[in-house]
Design a protein around this ligand. Structure first.
Ligand code: C5P
Length: 288
């Protein structure tokens, strides 16, 4: 079975504080864009193996897909799978590519192999794999709090064109968290309410929504990310933001013309995707 694993962007991201377990509490909105990896899963008599079309992607337990399959099959000896990953979402881009791939494995394998797994167990496995894996278990956009696992999914017909840019750098999430300067009194608005107002044309709400607490520290070390974001703003974006802990940046545009004028204005090799308004991904619907 072959499925698509779509990338996410963060429509706003606030880091609220450091927790006793070393993680951080955050508030964000995850939203899928028209950029996806393809995950092909084939049952085999035994063992878990993997291949990828990109040489720099690990195909051992360093890959979240392998770990996801191993967790699922731990209680099922004599069942195996081969995973083929076609990688298009860059790593270290703040787009959740590895998490989306792992969630695709968690979503597909139980039905493919006829395994009975409780929803709560699947969710716990997802969270063990990474903080943003649970989001990818379900379709739609979502507000997220806690580590990213306190989710409220909702359908969102995005009114803007979304242009996604790769500044050509990788940022490690752990590094970004370690270098974050936390506010003593963090700003914690209702992001879903801001999104609703922004989508209705409230530009002040859109400005307030599009804040990412990682930008300052990450852009101080990697000024090319700021330049990429500024290039989109100069090309007419109604809003721009770095996604997750970086390094990709996205721009929101009011029209097809403006979005495509932007892709011409910035180096085309750096455009990762252009997502049309109201885009709904096929997600884990089989593609063959
Ligand atoms: O959960 P995940 O493995 O994706 O997180 C990678 C690293 O990012 C963690 O080891 C932690 O340092 C940091 N992190 C955090 N708070 C979160 C999510 C991640 O501090 N909510």
């Amino acid at each position: 079975m072959t499925v698509r694993a779509h990338a996410k962007i963060n429509l706003g991201l606030r880091v609220l504080g450091r927790r006793a377990d070393g993680y951080h509490d955050l508030s964000t909105i995850f939203h899928r864009v028209d950029l996806f990896d393809t995950v092909r899963i084939e049952p085999t008599p035994d063992g878990i193996t993997m291949e990828c079309d990109r040489a720099d992607v690990p195909t051992d337990d360093g890959n979240l897909c392998m770990r996801a399959a191993r967790m699922l099959l731990a209680a099922h000896p004599g069942v195996g799978v081969h995973i083929e990953l076609r990688k298009r979402i860059p790593m270290g881009a703040g787009l959740g590519g590895g998490s989306a791939d792992a969630a695709a494995v968690l979503r597909v394998l139980p039905s493919l192999l006829d395994l009975r797994i409780a929803e709560a167990d699947l969710f716990a496995m997802a969270l063990r794999l990474g903080s943003d894996v649970p989001f990818f278990l379900r379709d739609g956009s979502a507000t997220a709090r806690g580590r990213g696992e306190l989710l409220d999914h909702f359908p969102f017909a995005c009114p803007w064109w979304i242009v996604l840019l790769d500044p050509g750098i990788h940022v490690s999430t752990a590094w970004a968290y370690a270098n974050l300067r936390l506010a003593a009194d963090p700003d914690d608005p209702d992001l879903r309410a801001l999104l609703r107002r922004a989508a209705d044309g409230d530009t002040a709400a859109l400005r307030r929504l599009l804040h990412n607490d990682f930008e300052e520290a990450v852009m101080a070390t990697h000024p090319e990310i700021r330049r990429a974001r500024d290039a989109m703003r100069d090309a007419g974006a109604v809003g721009t933001l770095m996604s997750g802990s970086g390094a990709s940046v996205f721009g929101l545009f009011d029209s097809d013309t403006a979005a495509h004028a932007c892709t011409a204005a910035v180096h085309p090799a750096r455009i990762l995707s252009v997502t049309a308004p109201a885009f709904i991904p096929e997600s884990v619907v089989p593609v063959d």
